[in-house]
Design a protein around this ligand. Structure first.
Ligand code: NI
Ligand code: MN
Length: 225
């Protein structure tokens, strides 16, 4: 069993009944997020990169919950400097955590901290949890190696940005669905700010037109798989 909750932007919570994990917890200052930082109860915080709209409240949440921060080396060190427990990894590497296996993938983007420090490479992440495999791309442009990611692991749930400007827009994201070939696609990283407007239903129609399933989640909605 896997419960997946979408908190808007690129923020998702995963819950297998015994472990809870949050990815890219952008809550404070996120006009579309329906919950408060104090409401987040998790054991793990997974970060794709250090931009403010992804690092977000990670350190507060990790410290409030005594949760483990999982990130690429440079960003994990930064979390440790900020008083968090951290697990250092890097792109291409996987590790078996209590909730399941997590592997970092490439992403074409940047990754500096809000105070301007170099935070290593940005990443995507493939997480096997509760009998499902979830691929969260992080912030990225389209890249052909998504085909390889979809070949190495059968992706059940594909979380893909559609907001354009900083990441893929709708048409490139549809191509990404073709490359990854997941069971279900859920769009993310749109309508949070004026520069990333996108109609998720237009994306859904385009994904369905290539014979794939897509679900547009409400902000705050939970799906159980
Ligand atoms: Ni970013
Ligand atoms: Mn972003």
């Amino acid at each position: 069993m896997l419960k997946l909750t979408y908190l808007s932007h690129s923020t998702f919570m995963l819950d297998d009944g015994s472990h809870k994990l949050i990815i890219d917890p952008f809550i404070t200052g996120n006009p579309t997020c329906p919950i408060k930082v104090e409401d987040v109860k998790v054991n793990f915080v997974v970060l794709t990169h250090a931009h403010g709209d992804h690092l977000g409240d990670a350190f507060t949440i990790a410290k409030n919950n005594d949760a483990l921060v999982i990130a690429v080396n440079e960003l994990a060190n930064y979390a440790a400097e900020n008083g968090c427990k951290a697990h250092n990894m890097h792109i291409g590497g996987g590790f078996n955590f209590p909730f399941g296996r997590l592997k970092f993938t490439i992403a074409h983007h940047g990754s500096s901290s809000p105070d301007g420090r170099y935070m290593g490479e940005p990443a995507g992440v493939v997480i096997k949890m509760g009998g499902k495999t979830v691929y969260h791309t992080g912030d990225t442009g389209l890249f052909l190696d998504m085909k390889l990611i979809g070949e190495l692991d059968k992706i059940d749930i594909f979380l893909v940005p559609i907001g354009d400007n900083f990441t893929m827009g709708i048409d490139d994201a549809v191509k990404a669905v073709e490359f990854v070939n997941p069971e279900l696609t859920i769009p993310m990283h749109y309508n949070t700010f004026p520069v990333i407007p996108a109609d998720p239903n237009e994306f859904k129609k385009k994904v369905e037109s290539i014979g794939k399933k897509c679900r547009v989640m409400e902000f705050g909605e939970t799906i159980e798989f």
